[in-house]
Design a protein around this ligand. Structure first.
Ligand SMILES: [Zn+2]
Ligand SMILES: [Zn+2]
Length: 361
């Protein structure tokens, strides 16, 4: 049996998006069918629409909070009726990384077979194996992480991608600790979540850098102790001035720009850790002044999904939200419907929104 749904699909880069009818098939073995309650609108979806990532057709949406409506053969968890946050990492338990206990590096993360199809029988693959710009989707059981119902779906869905990526980059990829100094370049959802992760780890100096004054104001709400408008001043010089001339112990690139990455590398203290989180444009590259890079020591790391383990970290972030430590409601600029995806992309591009949330009820 298949059920009727509506979904937003990119058929060709740059074309206007509107929901269209699709059908969703039953879950297969090891898969679950979920009803989406809320889905965040992420930059990755925008990049797919614009042809910068992936090859269409692609069904959009990968930040979802949902209810499990049916489970396939062999699924013990989650159960029908569970409230879940969808994850794009579900460790297989069997690849060369999982066998060494490095589940966050799983090279064969589990996905369901595409089950969302058009009336004419085309199966546009869902982005990151999720596909939440639709009322229903089917994912691997391990991608649906049960959480407490004490968090609303608009807040919960944020944990599924942007917030987890930022908090995890601070905690796991970089390893920020109490008393550290941190600089964060780019203060959208991911950047402000790096700031929150650093605040939760008790970093004492958290410097936010952006070219939009509005985003710097937001950054303060999430825990930035200092802000720098890099459209007006030299960010590297300012960071050094704020840190006794030395630079920061941890610096984060949340834009995906080669030019910003150079600043991130340059603003570090001796042995400082730089972390690249922003997805770089396809043909971008940097030139390294190698003697200078060598003399400074430290390292450059790359963070995918904050090196998180969703089954461990999603419930933890929900607990931190419930205790008032993790701020999620403050990220939500507007709630919209599935018909408003393009408008939500436009306001994100204009820097007017931190997050738009598509609500399904
Ligand atoms: Zn694996
Ligand atoms: Zn995302």
């Amino acid at each position: 049996m298949s059920l009727d749904s509506r979904a937003v699909i990119v058929w060709e880069p740059g074309a206007a998006l509107r929901p269209e009818p699709i059908q969703v098939d039953d879950p297969g073995p090891g898969e679950v069918l979920v009803r989406i309650l809320a889905s965040g609108v992420c930059h990755t979806d925008l990049h797919v629409r614009d042809g910068k990532i992936g090859t269409p057709p692609i069904l959009l949406g990968h930040e979802g909070a949902a209810i499990v409506e049916a489970v396939g053969d062999g699924v013990e968890q989650p159960r029908v009726g569970d409230y879940v946050i969808l994850a794009w990492r579900a460790p297989c338990g069997n690849c060369r990384f999982c066998r060494r206990g490095l589940l966050h590096l799983c090279a064969a993360s589990l996905n369901a077979r595409p089950r969302q199809h058009t009336p004419s029988g085309e199966f546009p693959p869902p982005i990151l194996g999720i596909g939440t710009f639709a009322s229903h989707t089917v994912v691997a059981a391990g991608q649906a992480i049960p959480v407490s119902k004490d968090i609303g779906p608009a807040e919960a869905c944020l944990i599924g991608c942007g917030v987890m990526t930022g908090v995890g980059a601070a905690w796991y990829t970089a390893g920020v600790r109490a008393g550290n100094s941190v600089a964060v370049f780019g203060c959208g959802t991911v950047g402000t979540s790096v700031i929150q992760g650093a605040r939760l780890a008790r970093a004492t100096r958290i410097i936010a850098v952006d070219i939009e004054p509005r985003k710097l104001e937001w950054a303060r709400q999430f825990g930035a102790t200092d802000t720098i408008d890099s459209s007006q001043v030299d960010a590297v010089e300012q960071i050094k001035a704020l840190t006794g001339g030395f630079g920061v112990e941890y610096a984060f690139e949340c834009v995906g720009s080669a030019q910003v990455l150079q600043q991130v590398l340059a603003c570090r203290d001796l042995a400082g850790i730089a972390t690249l989180i922003g997805v770089p444009a396809r043909d971008s590259s940097i030139t390294l002044d190698l003697p200078r890079y060598f003399d400074l020591g430290g390292s450059l790391r790359v963070s995918w999904y904050g090196d998180c383990l969703p089954s461990r970290d999603f419930p933890l972030l929900v607990d931190l939200y419930r205790g008032g430590d993790l701020r999620l409601s403050e990220l939500i600029t507007q709630r919209v419907s599935l018909d408003d995806v393009d408008a939500a992309f436009e306001s994100m591009q204009r820097g007017e929104t931190l997050k738009s949330i598509i609500m399904f009820e």
